[in-house]
Design a binder for this molecule. Structure first.
Ligand SMILES: Nc1nc2c(ncn2[C@@H]2O[C@H](COP(=O)(O)OP(=O)(O)O)[C@@H](O)[C@H]2O)c(=O)[nH]1
Ligand SMILES: [Mg+2]
Length: 470
């Protein structure tokens, strides 16, 4: 046994050496997908992650940082010339300015290559020189993932589902009423088509603002340079036989065009290349929105997880060609809104959402995990005297008034079922408590040399996502 171990190590050592010799061609690459609905915290996450990998003083739970195996980290030109570059320097200087501000919302895909020089540890350490590992970070809207479901639907099926979902959602009744007065068999009139698309988009936007997650088609909310183009100028209509040249027939054609020209290329060109994935989820925001938005988040998480199971979908199976995403982390963001005494509850709720999503999506395969994180910590913790006894609060500078305030968002139950059951049953409001959120401004930083921006469990997230490959 001993002998075989030694022999094994010798061959591995030889491999290790040849690895370094051929290095420019064999440098390992990890493609890390970062997604989440808009405002979930993707931009802040990537900026803080990269800054904390360059200055690793606050990354003790990332093993390769703690042991000193990571020697340096630096940015390099990304491999994909046609994808916009993630504007790291601009975002970092905003977040670390003397009067820090949050970055503006981004609404498209972007990419950044971070390269790490890593010194192998153990037996190889003396023989083999440092090697380079590239982490290609790909930031893309979670809304685009939810579009996968459209591929399996006909225009009639989608229309029916979209109209029934619109009922009872913000702005939805208005759209349903508008459509009731429209005859889809009349000749297409472009201004009328535009009004329908605009009103449907307005409804999606309102629903999104009220905290609903599932507001597809995703490009309606994040149109980028496609705004106003015919591929986004359609909307759900009552189902019937649409004659040639009619409004309904044209909307049906544009729906198919959206699937073919927007949804499929994204999955084929970007999604299918991802190795590891983090899905940022604003769980606190969804709880604040009420039972309906939490229930909707539950469904959206199942659909997002379903996209990582290519076997279920013929199109995905074809583009993945047997590859698959190896690890998926669902991270509840903005945990700095809670005192750490409540983090276990937030994690338990996120875990329960993930467990249900796994059941619903019949998910097996990739390794999954749930965590509560804050990419950029904006608050400090305090315990204050309250009429019912001591209360664990957080204190920060409010975004709208610029004043310091202590904040208590409400008591999260230790049993996630206390929130998930009423959500599933369609309750109108939470029974026991109200949950509030506040928007904090980023705090001015006083950093020690070697420290990145303050965060909560960013190092643990990094360890799960790519620690095993360093
Ligand atoms: N308190 C706190 N707020 C955050 C954090 N990350 C993001 N936010 C808030 O969420 C907003 C959206 O974040 P952003 O990264 O732009 O989201 P994106 O649309 O997913 O890229 C920011 O403007 C902040 O107000 C965090 O770690 N802590
Ligand atoms: Mg962004």
């Amino acid at each position: 046994m001993v002998i075989s171990t030694i022999a094994d190590q010798i061959t591995r050592t030889v491999e290790g050496i040849s690895d370094t010799l051929t290095s420019p061609f064999t440098d390992p690459v990890i493609r890390l997908g970062v997604t989440g609905l808009s405002r979930a915290g993707k931009t802040v996450f990537i900026t803080s992650l990269v800054a904390n990998l360059m200055d690793r003083g606050r990354m003790p739970q990332l093993e390769a940082a703690a042991t000193g195996a990571i020697r340096t980290a630096y940015l390099q030109p990304q491999p994909d010339d046609t994808v916009p570059r993630f504007n790291y320097e601009a975002y970092l200087s905003q977040l670390t300015a003397p009067e820090p501000t949050w970055p503006d919302g981004t609404r498209q895909i972007s990419e950044l290559r971070l390269s790490l020089r890593v010194q192998p540890s153990g037996l190889l350490s003396g023989i083999s020189g440092p090697r380079t590992v590239h982490i290609d970070i790909v930031d893309y809207p979670g809304e685009w993932l939810l579009d996968l479901g459209l591929l399996d639907q006909t225009y009639a099926e989608w229309s029916e589902a979209a109209l029934s979902r619109a009922r009872g959602r913000p702005g939805g009744e208005d759209y349903v009423a508008l459509v009731a007065g429209v005859d889809p068999t009349v000749r297409l009139d472009e201004p009328e088509a535009q009004v329908l698309a605009e009103r449907f988009t307005a409804h999606l936007r309102e629903a999104r603002e009220a905290g609903f997650s599932d507001c597809s088609p995703g490009r309606f909310l994040l149109p980028g340079d496609l705004a106003g183009s015919p591929v986004l100028t359609f909307a759900p209509l009552p189902t019937t036989r649409y004659p040639r040249g009619s409004l309904g027939r044209e909307f049906e054609r544009r729906f198919e065009s959206y699937k073919r020209n927007i949804v499929q290329p994204f999955f084929r060109d970007h999604f299918a290349k991802i190795d590891r994935q983090i899905v940022l989820v604003d769980v606190l925001g969804a709880i604040h929105g009420g039972p309906a938005t939490l229930d909707d988040l539950r469904g959206a998480m199942a659909r997002i997880l379903g996209t990582f199971r290519p076997g279920k979908n013929a199109f995905l199976t074809r583009i993945f060609q047997g590859r698959r995403v190896e690890k998926i982390l669902f991270a509840a963001t903005k945990a700095d809104h809670l005192h750490h005494s409540q983090h276990p509850q937030l994690t338990a709720i996120t875990e329960a959402l993930l467990r249900e999503a796994k059941d619903r999506a019949d998910f097996a395969g990739a390794q999954t995990a749930a965590m509560s994180i804050a990419a950029l910590r904006t608050t400090v913790e305090e315990t204050v005297d309250h009429k019912d006894g001591p209360l664990d609060v957080v204190r920060g500078r409010l975004l709208d008034t610029n004043k310091q305030a202590a904040f208590y968002p409400g008591k999260l139950p230790s049993d996630p079922a206390h929130l998930l059951a009423p959500a599933r049953e369609g309750s109108d409001s939470w029974l026991d408590a109200d949950y509030s959120i506040m928007n904090f401004a980023p705090a001015p930083l006083t950093r020690k040399p070697g420290d990145g921006p303050p965060h909560i469990r960013l190092d643990k997230a990094a360890q799960f996502l790519f620690g095993d490959r360093l």
